[in-house]
Design a protein around this ligand. Structure first.
Ligand code: FAD
Ligand code: FES
Length: 408
């Protein structure tokens, strides 16, 4: 690990010197606490390593609404199918990007599948209203059976692929709408990995806010020895015998102790999705216990906290290249590479806009960019100089190569 860090530092310093020679200077004083900075110089041979993005991230699929299920006052499940009846392949934990036009304005939002991955003649997404949210409220209010939705994906690295002979314990920790990918994982693993067990810790304000409350009770009945569900309610109903409070560090420590009384830490795979404080508490606790980081998986529904601190960025020129064409513009302070690229007219590809899907991946040919962590870019992609344009901001003039123009 120390060697890795040293090599990284060396690489940064060497490439920093190369940038200096090119007259490109990463801005001084940039904090690297919650972000990674990629330094790149142009190497024509690297162009050959640019892989094409997956087709499902380029061309939307039109899906029909087959059923609508009101889960809570604020959340709706939307059961979707292809008109031609073909299966919709996805892995448990993945999400789709829904594209909608509302009052003449185009929006894209990511929604995780909540249905089992093996029951793929349909896929269900479950959408919880966000106060004043454009798309979540529109989806809750405007769809009817027979409506169509254009979607990109599936995408995401927050996945569980069941292996029938595997015997593992999954600890799922979620709050609010963060239950959706966890529900897909639970449904899939319970049905497809008969030797594995699941503990779900699920926090909500009240019982009536708990999405899938009845569905979880039914799953527990079906798999009494393999599924444990602990609801944690801030405002419990009368005669509530379960946990009361928030899924904060103290509550999680107590609940984790109980789970770990039955199995060793290194037998656990932990998946967490929900409000940022819940996820941060899960990560802090598990790190303190020494869980192997490879066993801790997080899905963020909201931008990483580091993304908000944009005051440290200056305006930087950007050149974007694709297939012999180029576009140039300026990335204004606070803008992402994606914002500036779209403003310059470049056919930038994107989907979730939150660093979660990888469809906005660009290759940094020259210059330095800063990206909040964590994000879905794989270590190998980072090492090859890729960045996620939807969350990356430049710290010097940059030249980028985009994967391919979108076909819509
Ligand atoms: C990978 C991924 C998977 C997701 N899966 C789901 C899912 O399965 N179900 C689901 O309901 N949502 C999911 N989301 C969140 C979803 O994509 C939207 O962000 C959410 O529906 C809000 O969109 P909106 O257009 O209604 O709000 P906007 O109009 O974009 O935002 C309105 C206001 O709400 C804030 N805000 C935006 N999103 C959230 C949020 N999630 N919680 C609290 N405040 C927010 C914004 O900062 C803004 O102030 C997922 C997000 C990601 C990145
Ligand atoms: S658009 Fe999904 S990671 Fe950038």
């Amino acid at each position: 690990m120390a060697l890795f860090r040293t090599l990284n530092t060396l690489r940064r310093e060497t490439l920093g010197l190369a940038l200096h020679a090119l007259g490109l200077h990463p801005r001084k004083g940039l904090a690297h606490k919650s972000a990674s900075t990629l330094y790149r110089t142009f190497d024509p041979t690297t162009l050959r390593t640019v892989a094409a993005p997956a087709p499902q991230l380029l061309t939307p699929t039109v899906l029909q609404v087959r059923a609508l299920v009101r889960e809570t006052a604020d959340a709706i499940s939307i059961v979707l199918a292809r008109a031609d009846g073909q299966a919709i392949a996805f892995k448990a934990g993945m999400f789709f990007t829904v594209m909608v036009d509302i009052d003449g304005q185009a929006y894209r939002r990511a929604y995780s599948a909540s249905s089992a991955a093996h029951e793929n003649s349909t896929v269900t997404i479950t959408v919880k209203r966000v106060a004043n949210g454009r798309v979540s409220n529109w989806l809750n209010d405007h769809l009817t059976v027979g409506s169509t939705l254009r979607v990109l994906g599936p995408s995401g690295n927050f996945v569980v692929v069941p292996q029938p002979t595997q015997q593992r314990t999954l600890l799922l920790v979620g709050g609010g709408s963060g239950i959706t990918p966890l529900m897909a994982i639970a449904r899939t693993v319970l049905a497809q990995e008969s030797g594995s067990r699941i503990h779900l810790l699920y926090g909500n304000r009240s019982k009536k806010d708990a999405i899938f409350y009845a569905a979880l009770a039914a799953l527990q009945k079906q798999y009494p020895t393999r599924l444990g569900v602990t609801h944690v309610l801030e405002v419990p109903p009368k005669a509530w015998k379960g946990e009361t409070g928030r899924l904060d560090r103290a509550m999680l420590a107590r609940l984790f102790d109980a789970v770990l009384a039955a199995q060793p830490l290194d037998a656990l795979e932990v998946y967490t999705c929900g409000p940022e404080p819940v996820m941060a508490a899960v990560v802090a606790d598990m790190q303190a216990r020494g869980l192997d980081p490879a066993r801790l998986h997080q899905e963020q529904f909201t931008p990483a906290a580091g993304a908000a601190d944009v005051s440290r960025f200056a305006a930087q020129p950007v050149v974007i290249e694709a297939q012999g064409q180029s576009w140039s513009g300026t990335v204004q302070p606070g803008q992402t590479l994606l914002d500036a690229g779209l403003a310059s007219g470049a056919p930038m590809l994107y989907s979730c806009t939150l660093g979660g899907c990888g469809s906005c991946r660009v290759k940094v040919l020259e210059g330095a960019v800063d990206m909040p962590e964590p994000n879905c870019l794989l270590p190998g992609e980072k090492a090859q100089g890729y960045a996620l344009s939807c969350i990356a901001r430049p710290c010097s003039p940059v030249r980028l190569e985009i994967d391919a123009p979108p076909s819509h």
